[in-house]
Design a binder for this molecule. Sequence first.
Ligand SMILES: [Zn+2]
Length: 274
Amino acid sequence: MEQRRILFIGAHPDDADILCGGTAIKLSQAGHLVKFVSVTNGDTGHHILSRKETAETRYREAQEAAKVFGLCEYQILTHDCGIEPTVDIRREVCRIIRSFAPDIVISHRLCDYHPDHRATAQLVQDCAYVCMVPHFCEETPTPDKTPIFAFSFDKFKEPRPHRPDAAIEIDSVMRKKMEAHKRHNSQFFEWLPWIGGDKNFDRSALDEEGEYNHLLKWEARFIADNNPGVRERLMEVYGKEKGEAVVYAETFEQSPYSRTVSVDEFQAILEGKM
Ligand SMILES: [Zn+2]
């Protein structure tokens, strides 16, 4: 079996973790290479730490999470939150894609709620074409194989809902995914509770199961029965009995802006079975 290379390019140092963490664990365990990139350093995402302290903390936490996921690298670019999809950053993203030579590049959709997610989506979508144009970023050669580009799950219904071309059950690795999330203390246990209105949240009041249940709240988006088409896809992929039993599934949609393959091949690559 070929060793696959999967690249997730998110806006912040935890987007890949949330949107692709279970899939990354399964791929890494099957011997494939998974790399996460965050285009911003996440430096506005804290209510107490300075921007510099936040960027340093988020970097350190991401590296700890990377070890749990089994990533080959968690690269964090040095842009502040508030990025724009400029040609300079497009070049940077293009060089990262070419250097890693991935089978699949995953990112956000353009209809996401967060301006950084939309800017990242635009940067990656722009690279879907130019990463194979030899005279763009001439110093970094184009890869031998055109990557497949894909979108991670989002809940937005306009202009149309996310389509689950691939559905990866993550129940079997949920404990490990939450172990990785625990490394992002400044995010899941400080900033997100605070911005969510829980100003007095205190991690030290939680036991191990309490931490697990707290982190599981961010997985609600992946409950198979809550998202159109996911249960049907799971039953196609895993068979009726196993497909019906899955609770949580990360899903991915192929982008039309680069090479596409059959949904079964797309699923098999993301399952680490091809
Ligand atoms: Zn984000």
